[in-house]
Design a protein around this ligand. Structure first.
Ligand SMILES: NC(=O)c1ccc[n+]([C@@H]2O[C@H](COP(=O)([O-])OP(=O)(O)OC[C@H]3O[C@@H](n4cnc5c(N)ncnc54)[C@H](O)[C@@H]3O)[C@@H](O)[C@H]2O)c1
Length: 314
């Protein structure tokens, strides 16, 4: 698969374009708003030199990468030759439904139609289109040019070979795909995040600690391991004889904790106001943008360090 169409070029689509172009693939960008395409190309122009400087451009020059990206004036032109379409239109069901009805007859019969959707199952917007067996969700974590995880989620009618080919493409472009056997709300990453956030809010609501302590527990504790080994490998390495040994020793404790955590709580207004106030004490609202830029700089440094430590090439 050499020719990629990125349909919808906002925050996520623009970043996807960089992912494919730096891997040596030709990328055609389409968005009904020309300003979004301009912004996506501007993002690539601004980010490519920084990525090259950090060794995150696949050994290519910014010019080589930018030359592989071009814009199309219509959806038909964008997808006519594409082997793979990465759709990143707004997260609104009627928009996705209308878009897939329009897109399906325009794309080549064998082209894969993959959606970046964060929460809509592919079955909700591909049920009545022609060639629905080539549709799936290919969900990134924003921004995909820095964060490699991609969740591949088939609809009930997605052909397994389509998932295989998408997985191979994701590996080819340097992403880290994981497969789900079927549709489930929140996929994997947001289900994990949901469990952590539910407990984080509960601890603050019950006055056990403040938000800074929760953040420190993750940033200075659990997160240090979790950024290169996940929860299962963590417990496999935290008992003399591995995971089963860990479960025998600590399973009952975790079961008791899970029972305490079983009742979900809404994040009520008073609780949100409390956590918001704590956060604003740590970080005034006026400093949010600067802090986001700081987060992204740290992220780039961590990605580089992680690749070096794991012996991966840039
Ligand atoms: N922002 C995130 O953190 C994030 C992370 C992962 C996945 N996603 C998913 O990616 C998708 C895009 O999200 P985003 O944050 O980039 O949104 P965005 O609002 O930044 O961009 C959406 C783009 O789609 C364009 N658009 C509008 N109608 C369209 C149509 N009919 N066809 C094609 N393009 C159209 C808009 O002009 C806009 O440029 C959503 O499905 C979202 O759930 C977002």
């Amino acid at each position: 698969m050499n020719r990629i169409a990125v349909v919808g070029c906002g925050l996520v689509g623009g970043s996807w374009a960089l992912v494919f172009a730096r891997a040596g693939l030709d990328v055609v960008l389409y968005d009904p708003s020309p300003a979004s395409v301009t912004a996506a190309l501007d993002l690539a122009r601004a980010a490519a030199p920084m990525l090259a400087g950090q060794g995150l451009l696949n050994g290519q020059t910014p010019e080589q990468v930018l030359r592989r990206m071009r814009s199309a004036g219509s959806l038909a032109e964008a997808v006519a030759d594409a082997d793979y379409v990465q759709e990143s239109a707004p997260e609104r069901l009627p928009i996705k439904q209308a878009l897939y009805r329009e897109l399906a007859p325009l794309a080549k019969p064998g082209a894969i139609l993959a959606s970046s959707t964060s929460g809509l199952p592919a079955s909700s917007f591909t049920a009545d289109i022609e060639g629905r067996e080539r549709c799936l969700v290919s969900h990134p974590i924003n921004p995909p040019h820095l964060i490699p995880l991609v969740e591949l989620v088939p609809a009930p009618w997605t052909c397994p070979e389509v998932v295989d080919r998408t997985e191979a493409l994701m590996r080819q472009v340097g992403q880290s795909p994981i497969r789900l056997s079927r549709e489930v709300r929140g996929f994997i990453a947001n289900r994990l995040q949901s469990a952590v956030l539910a407990e984080a809010f509960r601890l603050v609501e019950d006055g056990i600690c403040d938000s800074a302590a929760v953040d420190a527990a993750m940033a200075d504790g659990l997160g240090l391991r979790w950024c290169f080994i996940g929860p299962f490998e963590t417990i496999d390495l935290n008992a003399k004889d591995g995971l089963a040994d860990y479960c025998a020793k600590l399973g009952p404790m975790y079961y008791d904790l899970a029972r305490e955590q079983a009742n979900p709580r809404a994040w009520g207004d008073a609780l949100v106001a409390k956590v918001e106030a704590q956060r604003r004490e740590q970080l005034p609202a006026a400093a949010l943008e600067a802090r986001k830029a700081w987060r992204d700089r740290i992220l780039v440094a961590l990605i580089k360090a992680k690749r070096l430590a794991l012996g991966q090439t840039a």
